[in-house]
Write a protein that binds this ligand. Sequence first.
Ligand code: HEM
Length: 170
Amino acid sequence: MSSDTLYGRLGGYDAIVSVVDDLLARLKADAQLGRFWQHRGEDGVLRERQLLINFLCSSAGGSLMYVGRDMKTAHKGMGIECAESGSYAYGGWPDIDELYRKQLAETDHAKREAMLHQIQKTLHERTRFAPIYDFFWPSGIGPRVEEASLMKIDPFPWSAPLEDVRLKRP
Ligand code: HEM
């Protein structure tokens, strides 16, 4: 597999599928986020899983086409917020968190709308880069791993190249 693209360096299709399955299982079990997956048909959830896989593959430069909706349309109206207090949220800004708290208590619609617009405007103006994986020394060791690729690039003692790490087939 080519390691020229981010897709190749991440480990390609199988690696992205593992990340998505791991993530979805944790999201469904999450106290705050689990509600988004309750009372949904199995087929709809499977369709969404595949769309997420294709979205990540195509965004990383893989040769898959994403045919789903854009992120804004797909998530509009779900009440997904950007405050530091949210599940898995970190690295926010105190001024945005403060505005978020204030708008929760504001009863005047116009004032609340203005605060929400201010939050969106500030977020839009500040460019952020979100890490899509944590920096760590990768050691592909565990019961699901068939080939850990340790010491293939001697003397680097961790798993490398990552695209050579293979999971056991069920
Ligand atoms: C707290 C954050 C998020 C929640 C609660 C959430 C929840 C959902 C839900 C419930 C759907 C199904 C919508 C429907 O069937 O109408 C969906 C669709 C989707 N989400 Fe998210 N999502 C979140 C963040 C993200 C992020 C960060 C990404 C991208 C990396 C993403 C990618 C997608 C994709 C590709 C779809 C399918 C779009 C389509 O149906 O056309 N989501 N999301």
